[in-house]
Ligand binder design. Structure first.
Ligand SMILES: [Zn+2]
Length: 93
């Protein structure tokens, strides 16, 4: 289990996230994410009902210590890490 934390772009550590906002309306676009398994850089877009893709944020999207997103995160084109972010903690499956 790895605690999620806000991402420092100068020192990204596995399990770090950073909210990214749409420039047009300042709504949440998604999270820049440093893979728990390999430290690779990726982006998790928030759920878009027009495409049916993306991650749903449950609870306060700016509270990393209690952040929940779903479905699970799977680095299928990379290291293969697969797990959930529940209550601010990454849990491997
Ligand atoms: Zn990875």
């Amino acid at each position: 289990m790895i605690k999620a934390r806000w991402r420092d772009d100068d020192n990204p550590v596995p399990g770090a996230l950073k909210p990214v906002y749409n420039s047009s309306d300042h709504t949440l676009a998604g999270y820049r994410y440093t893979c728990v398994g390999c430290g690779g850089d990726s982006f998790l877009p928030v759920y878009d009902k027009s495409t049916g893709k993306g991650w749903e944020v449950v609870g306060d999207p700016e509270a990393v210590e209690s952040l929940n997103i779903r479905p699970s995160i799977w680095h299928k084109d990379g290291c293969g890490w697969h797990g959930w972010l529940v209550n601010g903690e990454f849990i491997s499956v």
